[in-house]
Write a protein that binds this ligand. Structure first.
Ligand code: SAM
Ligand code: SF4
Ligand code: SF4
Length: 338
């Protein structure tokens, strides 16, 4: 087990398998055109397996597949079975927009995937269309219906934006309960691609709790593992919900996660300006020892507290200007995997 400069271990890896996406969520991919990672740079499954093996030898035991949209990656279940066979991984999860989930849920389960999170911000078709520039709500709902019985405890992640979907908190709670799933409300973050972000659109955790308790009554906080991003709460009827307060109450202090992009660039913080190139040495024939040293020394030097630094900033505007994003797609949320 290795630790960084603030004694935070490396346990959690978010693994992006593609930067492509079949939706265009306004808080993630609001632009008309994107610069994609070159196809030849995308790591093959053998390469991913090798790199994940190095991470597990340094302490990673939780891996989450993400994207772009991970279900767009061809033969994803084949990658899942390779990772599921690694005994060091005790939690193997996937975050998806759900559009392609209905047809893939069973194959993912059979391949050994443990858990699924589906991102869904609205239950209204016209709103979904405006938010994602695509009329796929019914397919997402079909995906949730297919996956929920196969993956008990399925999570539904909803980014809440003032004036966009903040009137759907109660509906989303009821929808998740109806599928025996757990909804988690995410504060709107000023990360990479969120070029239209503004603080006044952020609905804070406190405000969400106040609105929920105005309807449901007293809400009880559940004691939890500090490194989990979501704080969980129990409503009076027993329903459990989560809130991820990444913008107004960041959890950098206990952050044990890092991100590997589909082209093998490793970021030790979601807000980090620069990543470490793992693909280069991997393809140049570096030994496992050399690669492990690269990962170890990077983590041991880590001082990232990106979201806390953003919180301390005086005037908060979108993090990265669009021209800069166009020059380096690695700065995009859809490349980093959220
Ligand atoms: N495409 C998949 C999906 O949407 O689930 C996986 C990748 S997506 C980048 C991962 C997560 O990041 C999603 O739950 C999405 O809602 C979240 N996300 C993207 N941009 C965000 C933002 N500006 N603020 C908060 N969450 C954001
Ligand atoms: Fe939306 Fe996920 Fe695609 Fe971003 S990567 S546009 S959050 S579906
Ligand atoms: Fe971890 Fe960086 Fe997110 Fe803070 S901002 S929780 S350090 S990834």
């Amino acid at each position: 087990m290795i630790v960084d400069q603030y004694a935070r271990p490396l346990r959690n890896l978010r693994l992006s398998v593609t930067d492509r996406c079949n939706l265009r969520c306004s808080y993630c991919m609001p632009e008309q055109d994107y610069v994609w990672l070159p196809k030849d740079d995308i790591l093959h499954f053998e390469e991913i397996e090798r790199v994940v093996g190095l991470f597990t030898s340094l302490g990673v035991d939780k891996v989450r597949l993400t994207g772009g949209e991970p279900l767009l990656r061809r033969d994803l279940p084949a990658l899942v079975s390779r990772l599921a066979a690694m005994s060091a991984i005790r939690d193997l999860a996937l975050t998806t927009n759900g559009v392609l989930l209905e047809s893939q849920a069973k194959a993912l389960l059979d391949a050994g995937l443990h858990r699924i999170t589906v991102s869904l911000d609205t239950l209204r078709r016209d709103r979904f269309q405006a938010l994602t520039r695509s009329d796929e709500l019914l397919r997402v709902l079909g995906g949730i219906s297919a996956a929920a019985p196969l993956f008990p405890g399925l999570k539904i992640d909803s980014v809440i934006i003032r004036g966009v979907n903040d009137d759907e908190l109660l509906d989303l709670v009821a929808f998740a309960r109806g599928h025996e799933a757990e909804v988690r409300f995410i504060e709107y973050m000023d990360v990479g691609g969120a070029t239209a972000w503004s603080m006044d659109q952020v609905v804070s955790r406190d405000e969400m709790l106040a609105r929920l308790s105005a309807h449901h009554g007293t809400i009880e906080a559940i004691a939890e593992d500090a490194s989990a991003p979501a704080r969980r709460y129990r409503l009076p009827d027993g329903t459990i919900i989560g809130i991820i307060a990444s913008t107004t109450a960041p959890f950098c202090e206990d952050c044990d996660r890092s991100r590997l992009t589909a082209d093998g660039t490793w970021y030790s913080c979601l807000y980090g300006a620069r990543g470490v190139d793992v693909r280069g040495p991997l393809r140049a024939g570096a030994t496992s020892e050399m690669l492990e040293t690269l990962l170890r020394t990077t983590w041991e030097a880590r001082r990232d507290r990106g979201a806390e630094e953003r919180l301390a900033a005086d005037r908060r505007t979108p993090l990265i200007p669009i021209d800069t994003l166009r020059r380096d797609p690695h700065l995009e949320m859809h490349t980093r995997g959220g």
